[in-house]
Design a protein around this ligand. Sequence first.
Ligand code: THU
Length: 143
Amino acid sequence: MAQMRRPTSNIQHPTSGAALIEAALAVRHNAHAPFSRFQVGAAIEDSSGRIHTGCNVENVTYGLTVCAERVAVFKAISEGARKFTRVAVAADTDELTPPCGACRQILWEFCGDVELILVNLRGKTETLRLKDLFPRPFDASFL
Ligand code: THU
C-alpha cells in the first residue's frame, strides 16, 4: 500500500486533533473535584507535537483550586515546552465549557491566539481561537 504523506500544511499540527481531544477526555478522569464534582480535562500540544495534559485539582479552601488548563500549561512549561499550537478542553456539559477568565489570561500569556478545541463527552466539539474568547488581553506589550 502506498505510504501516506503528511500534508505540508500540517507542519504546525504534528498530531491529529483527535489525539489531542482523546488526551483531554482521558485526563479528565484524573480530576480531583470532590467539592464541585465538575471534572475538566485539558490537553495542550507543543510545536514538536508533544501533548501535555492537565485536570482540575480542587482544594478545600476552594480558592486554591487550580483549573485543568492551568495545570496543563504549567506542566508543559516546566517540561521546557515554549511554543504551543492547540489546546483542547473537555467537560461533561451540553453547552461546551470554555476556559475561565484566569485561564484565558494564562493561555494568552503562553500560547497567544492559539487554536482552542472545546469538547464534551458526547462527541460535540467546537474549534475557535483564544482571541474570540479574550479579545482585548492585557499582555507584556503594555509594560
Ligand atoms: N474548571 C476548570 O478546570 N476549567 C474550566 O475551564 C472551568 C472550571 C474547574 C475548576 C473547579 O474545579 C471546577 O471546574 C468548578 O468550577
